[in-house]
Ligand binder design. Structure first.
Ligand SMILES: Cc1cc2nc3c(=O)[nH]c(=O)nc-3n(C[C@H](O)[C@H](O)[C@H](O)COP(=O)(O)OP(=O)(O)OC[C@H]3O[C@@H](n4cnc5c(N)ncnc54)[C@H](O)[C@@H]3O)c2cc1C
Length: 498
């Protein structure tokens, strides 16, 4: 019997996060007959990535017919790679059509959670009280904690400064001198959008990225009419999936595929940038795919505008109204925008998860690096399941495919537990070790491990922990069914919710 005495809320399954992952989890749990679940979301709406990233030019870089949920196919996407507004609207529609909002507690952040062995449940501390839940599912996403560089003197800067994922729309950049720090996936989307309206744009680049053309365009009316047909949409999605799957070959180290990818990016650069000095500055010295490959048709032209300067000297100091680089040049700016990405391999440090015997996940992973069985379960943390956990990010295909595969696995595990009268399971350490070793073996020779760059796929010890070293199809197959023999059974009977 769960002791609810000290808890404001008791639920059977608690999902943390209401982006693609949390919503898919809710839909599939309900379809499997698990009605007693709650979703908590620290933001004020669903949508995750697509709620938070409102910067100019924000869009997906996987076509949305593929980058969307298989069970909620939108019949009328406007273009190949829609922008944030359309994607956000789509996620909101999924929540509404599946009547999920009444299951979501918005403005509620999970701060910590501890496994209570006697109760066979998680005691979850949120900023709005305690929740007790037999099962805890993390759908917190991988890219939601902005990474900010530590720049000497930044606190002295008198003008507006913000991260791309927290775009300050109250600041009108028109006619201003603006510095952009970072040239990652977000920066290459917003730099072209603001370059035309600012007086001056200083773009601080630490490492250039490989950029390939973005085959983006609006759908013609006849294409839209065709894509309204379910069978056509399904065939198009399948074709897009297979096409994207091919890209993994180069990332896995296939020489021919690598040469083709590199040629495509080099030709794009050569065609777009005539000045050999600028071209050299924009040419990466690592293998394509080692860092996320960018898709853009307007980034290179933007960098060649009269009012834009690409700066490769590191920032030495920020002053009240200027930035000084390590070569000693001082550039006066009115605003600073950080396109410096997210905390990925350290995001687990932002919450306290305490498992069996008082072991803290953050301390454990600080020692071992992020590691989980199938990227979903961690030994010593019973009934805790992760979506987009370690080793499950993708560089070549839609991560929604991975999320849905994980959702299917978790629902399968819970269904099998219910059928067998099992209340709690804990993955065997040896099953987890076996999985992690096989992934680490497969990472050898890949561009992520050996491509000659430092990237957010790697942790601070240089271990690649953020990416799945294989095709999306191989992962889907690996998690198709939950095998409870890989778990220790902790509670025979499901705990009864008080
Ligand atoms: C600008 C941008 C573009 C991208 N484009 C693509 C793309 O084209 N293709 C692709 O495959 N991937 C892309 N991604 C990756 C993208 O993050 C994933 O595709 C997808 O959105 C992940 O969904 P999610 O539900 O797992 O996480 P998220 O969308 O990040 O949602 C997680 C939710 O959990 C909430 N949350 C987090 N911590 C807590 C807490 N402690 N308590 C309560 N709530 C919490 C967050 O507020 C958020 O709403 C992009 C990412 C960014 C940032």
């Amino acid at each position: 019997m769960l002791d609810a005495a000290n808890c404001e809320t008791v639920t059977d399954v608690l999902i943390v996060g209401a982006g693609f992952g949390g919503l898919a989890m809710g839909v599939k749990l309900r379809a499997a007959g698990f009605e007693d679940f709650l979703i908590i979301e620290k933001g004020d709406d669903v949508g995750g990535t697509w709620r938070d990233n409102t910067y100019p030019g924000c869009a997906c870089d996987v076509p949305s017919h593929l980058y969307s949920l298989s069970f909620a196919q939108k019949p009328d996407w406007s273009r190949m790679y829609p922008g944030q507004a359309e994607l956000f609207e789509y996620v909101k529609t999924v929540a509404d059509e599946h009547d999920l909002r009444r299951r979501i507690r918005f403005g509620t952040a999970m701060l910590a959670a501890a496994w209570d062995m006697a109760a066979g449940a998680w005691v979850v501390t949120t900023d709005r009280g305690i929740v007790m839940s037999r099962v805890l599912i993390s759908a917190m996403g991988g890219l939601h904690i902005p990474a900010l560089p530590e720049l000497p003197g930044l606190e002295r800067f008198a003008g507006p400064k913000f991260h791309s994922a927290r775009w300050d729309h109250s600041v009108d950049l028109a006619g201003k001198r603006v510095a952009v720090v970072g040239t990652g996936a977000s920066a290459i989307q917003f730099v072209p959008r603001i370059a035309a309206k600012v007086a001056r744009l200083d773009v601080y680049q630490r490492t250039p990225a490989w950029v390939i053309p973005k085959p983006d365009r609006a759908f013609a009316p006849w294409e839209k009419a065709m894509l309204r047909l379910r069978t056509v949409r399904a065939a198009f999605r399948r074709w897009l999936f297979e096409l994207h799957e091919l890209r993994v070959l180069s990332f896995l180290g296939n020489k021919r595929a690598l040469a083709m990818g590199t040629k495509l990016a080099r030709e794009h650069l050569a065609k777009s940038v005539k000045d050999p000095v600028l071209r050299a500055t924009l040419t990466p010295d690592f293998q394509i795919g080692c860092k996320r490959v960018m898709l853009s048709n307007d980034y290179y032209p933007a960098l060649q505008r009269e009012n834009v300067e690409l700066i490769t000297d590191r920032i030495a100091e920020v002053r009240k109204g200027s930035i000084v680089d390590k070569a000693g040049a001082e550039r006066f700016v009115d605003a600073i925008v950080f396109g410096t990405g997210f905390e990925v391999t350290t995001s687990y440090r932002h919450m306290r998860l305490i498992g069996v015997g008082g072991v803290e996940l953050a301390a454990l992973w600080d020692r071992t690096g992020m590691a989980a069985y199938l990227g979903i379960a961690v030994s010593g943390f019973p009934n805790y399941f992760m979506l987009m956990g370690p080793h499950t990010g993708l560089g070549h295909n839609s991560v929604v495919i991975m999320i849905e595969a994980q959702v299917g696995y978790v629902v399968d595990a819970l269904t099998k537990m219910r059928a067998a009268g099992i209340g709690a399971i804990d993955v065997e350490a040896r099953a987890q070790r076996r999985f992690v070793e096989s992934v680490e073996t497969r990472l050898q020779g890949t561009v992520w491990q050996d491509g000659g760059c430092s990237s957010w796929y790697k942790d601070e010890h240089g271990k690649v922990t953020a990416v799945w070293p294989g095709s999306a199809a191989a992962y889907v197959k690996a998690v198709k069914a939950a095998d409870l023999r890989d778990y220790r059974l902790l509670a025979r009977q499901p705990a009864t919710v008080a």
